[in-house]
Unconditional design. Structure first.
Length: 266
């Protein structure tokens, strides 16, 4: 595909799909169109995706934060810990944010779902996404079912202002996404690039993996240990996201590049 363009996929590589999919599975597979979920916090209205994604998890976490009126790291950790979610899943994907002069905002996460997708490596060298997990038992795709993910697209709009601050971003994993969102809400719009340097953590049951361990506050690490968590360094590359901030008519787009991860701003 790199050498000859996408037409190469449709000429030869796509023929391998016949081993895993029936034509009716492909032609009948349609996207779900569901209403957005909404939650207010810190004078912002947060819009995110519906069931089967990290959106409902984000809404639950923000609701807990609103109830305690505390946005510190430990409160966020407790908000994540008490949810009935399978945190063992390793979600991966490319997060894309965009807007235009007419104030249309788009944020998407595209990828294999889990890190290794369906775990099916074709002879042509590409991996099919994990939608094929719906295919194992019945040999056809259930058109009304979807593999759940932790993918989190979100848009934050400052309330009470006609042309207030707007933030368009997301993450392949809601655990990273909620930290990105809260760090941006607590950061002055003039200092938005500073969110690149804010250490984050990833909770997985009783384990906490931290980014930039030398920069991570010792007091927070001590609180984690006292609470019974095992702390280790997060493996590279760290998850990255793309961010668009718009205040009035001024837009800023940048990539949250960290830990040898690669992002692209166009």
């Amino acid at each position: 595909i790199y050498r000859h363009g996408p037409i190469e996929f449709y000429k030869e590589m796509s023929k391998e799909l016949e081993l895993y999919l029936k034509p009716d599975d492909v032609t009948g597979y349609q996207p779900f169109i569901l209403p957005m979920l909404k939650q207010n916090i810190m004078n912002y209205s947060i819009l995110t995706s519906n069931k089967g994604t990290g959106g409902p998890i984000l809404i639950d976490i923000l609701s807990k934060i609103n109830n305690t009126n505390n946005m510190d790291t430990v409160s966020l950790l407790n908000g994540i810990k008490n949810l009935s979610v399978d945190w063992s899943a390793e979600n991966a994907g490319l997060q894309v944010s965009t807007t235009d002069v007419f104030d249309l905002y788009v944020t998407i996460i595209s990828g294999l779902g889990s890190v290794f997708g369906s775990r099916i490596l074709t002879k042509s060298g590409y991996i099919l996404n994990n939608a094929l997990d719906l295919n194992y038992k019945h040999q056809y795709i259930n058109q009304t079912a979807r593999i759940p993910s932790l993918h989190l697209p979100f848009i934050a709009v400052e309330t009470g202002k006609i042309c207030g601050r707007r933030l368009i971003s997301g993450s392949a994993d809601v655990r990273d996404g909620v930290e990105i969102l809260l760090s941006m809400l607590k950061t002055d719009p003039q200092d938005i690039f500073n969110v690149n340097n804010i250490p984050r953590f990833r909770l997985n049951y009783s384990d906490i993996k931290i980014e930039y361990p030398n920069k991570f506050p010792n007091k927070i690490k001590e609180l984690f240990v006292k609470s019974g968590y095992h702390i280790s360094e997060a493996p590279l590359p760290y998850p990255t996201s793309n961010v668009v901030q718009k205040v009035g008519d001024i837009s800023i787009a940048f990539s949250d590049i960290r830990g040898s991860g690669k992002s692209i701003t166009i």
